[in-house]
Design a protein around this ligand. Sequence first.
Ligand SMILES: [Zn+2]
Length: 277
Amino acid sequence: MKMSKKIITRFAPTPSGFLHMGNVWNLLFVEDFARSRGGQLWLRVDDLDRARYRREYAEDIFRVADWLGVRFDNGPRNVRDLESNWSQALRTERYREALSVLAASGRVFACTCSRRDVAAASTQGEYPGTCLRAGIPLNTPDVAWRFHLEGTPGAAHPVVRRRDGCPAYHVASIVDDVDMGMTHIIRGRDLEISTHVQRALAAVMNGEFGRFGQITFLHHALVTAPNGTKLSKSAGSGAAGLLSRRAPSAEAVRRAFRSWRETQVRACADDDFGPGL
Ligand SMILES: [Zn+2]
């Protein structure tokens, strides 16, 4: 039986800083993709990292979306709604289910290395696999869980559960995308490594979480500063965020986006990580 599938995609910012123009470009890209295909656009606020969460950053997400005139079909309506009904902190039991599935795959190992240990053992800052064959039981107190993954620079043995027991970003992201029925994920090219890691994790998660493998990924070019550097939270925006500076009008931003988009029509292509896993 053939089922026609409605497109569902999302804008998923992390409230650990004010939004920058790179986020705005991604939001407009995702909105354009959804609206031009009759799909749904969800807002998901990735607020799992409570140490970096600040309410003013979450408020900034809603303010910027309002300013741009972006309307979401689902997701939190405001900060109170986010904190009461949508926060990832409310979903940790669900993430733990996913961690159990991952652990059962046999691809997860316990790691006792501190940040300093990793830095000392690797010139690239990449985890060198110190504990991979140490056979440390997963239920040992105060260990991180890592996923056995080799062969891609920048993606070696990612942490899936932190030492404090909290699920890592990749796990929460997979679970949320599956539970929210996402069909397409549209990200900047700087997140291609995340896509690779998440697909590798989902590939060993049978059953419901494995559905993540059916999601289509698109990676768009990044908006860059005049000197060619990527606009990031640290480099791109002032301390008070986009809207408190002398910002151009939302319509001017949309016009700039459209003309940039014209030059990038070939930039948004299906990613080619699939077969390499
Ligand atoms: Zn280790």
